[in-house]
Design a protein around this ligand. Structure first.
Ligand code: UDP
Length: 328
């Protein structure tokens, strides 16, 4: 029988791609999701347990029933701007939910934990290439809440013997190249899907948040990584834990940054259509540039990102945008 992995947030964008990668690698992903932002239709590679991380008993029940070999923890609030407007909610849901989950894992004897962290834990670092050793100084509540969970994992490692792999994601983009799942947020706040909405005429224009940053063209620079490459890294991280190789922290990006203007330019080449654009002010909580050094994941995990060109990420997102998406 296939080994089970409990995937919190498995009905969401990144979680559903991870479930597909897990199933392809021979695992059975058991999705644990409250469907607050996820979609039943995105759960295609294993069972769905509808439950909430704020409800400890529902986690205990899921772990007792499925006895997973590991937990992959994706479920979280993840919007920088929203976290600045309502920080309390981010601390309560992200940190409180992770704490319940870790205590439940400790009690149930689950010893392998893969955690979705973020480049937002680094804050504004003046354009340096970010590595796993770069000091973390978050400038928004989203990054702060994720850093707190990273620290929590250290403590649960010592007290309960839970080994962890932490992935610090850079900007995740694209969609399943086979079109089986993709990005569907309500409301959408991310650059590439909003840009494609503007291209398709679903909204009047893309607003560029700030043109006065200290970057090469004044717009923010981000390191975009294809969601399928990211999902593959999770399988490698899981294998590392199951092989008993112990804790690890890995940045997942490509080592190349693109400005908002460069992303818009690349979109023209992919869709052959203009992006209607308007210039707006800065969004609170945004760092000027976040670019990763991806060498550690490549060298240590054997990660081989194969889809993370801007052209493929925008192309796959564009193909997904032509599909009906998930129904409510
Ligand atoms: N951005 C923008 N207009 C939008 C959405 C995003 O100019 O409508 C910019 C944003 O300021 C950031 C980059 O695009 O520099 C990526 O933002 P996104 O929300 O996609 O991801 P984040 O970096 O917040 O994780």
């Amino acid at each position: 029988m296939a080994e089970k992995v409990l995937v919190t947030g498995g009905a969401g964008y990144i979680g559903s791609h991870a479930c597909k990668a897990l199933a392809r690698a021979g695992f059975e992903p058991v999705v644990f999701d409250n469907l607050s932002t996820g979609w039943k239709g995105a759960v295609r590679w294993g069972p769905l347990v509808e439950g909430d991380l704020m409800d400890r008993a529902s986690i205990d029940t899921a772990l007792a029933e499925h006895r997973p070999a590991a937990v992959m923890h994706f479920a979280a609030l993840s919007l920088v701007g929203e976290s600045m407007r309502d920080p309390g909610r981010y601390w309560r849901v992200n940190v409180g939910g992770a704490l319940n989950l870790l205590e439940a894992c400790a009690a149930a004897g689950v010893r392998n934990f893969v955690f979705s962290s973020t480049c937002a834990t680094y804050g504004d670092q003046d354009g340096v290439l970010l590595t796993e050793e770069t000091p973390q100084r978050p400038i928004n509540a989203y990054g702060g809440s994720k850093l707190a969970i990273e620290q929590m994992l250290q403590d649960f490692g010592k007290s309960a013997g839970i080994s962890h792999v932490i992935f610090r994601y850079f900007n995740v983009a694209g969609a399943d190249p086979e079109g089986e799942t993709g990005e569907q947020h309500v409301p959408e706040t991310h650059l590439i899907p909003l840009m494609l909405d503007a291209v398709a005429g679903k909204c009047p224009a893309l607003t560029v948040f700030g043109t006065d940053y200290p970057t090469r063209d004044g717009t923010c620079v981000r390191d975009y990584v294809h969601v399928t490459d990211l999902a593959e890294a999770h399988v490698l991280g899981l294998r590392r834990l199951l092989d008993g190789k112990g804790n690890g922290v890995f940045c997942l990006g490509t080592g190349r940054g693109f400005s908002v203007r460069e992303v818009i330019e690349a979109s023209r080449a992919v869709t052959n259509r203009e992006v209607p654009v308007e210039i707006g002010g800065r969004r609170a909580g945004d760092a000027a540039a976040l670019v990763s050094s991806s060498t550690h994941a490549i060298e240590e995990l054997g990660w081989e990102p194969q889809h993370s060109t801007l052209r493929q990420m925008i192309g796959d997102a564009w193909a997904w945008a032509q599909k009906p998406g998930f129904a409510e």
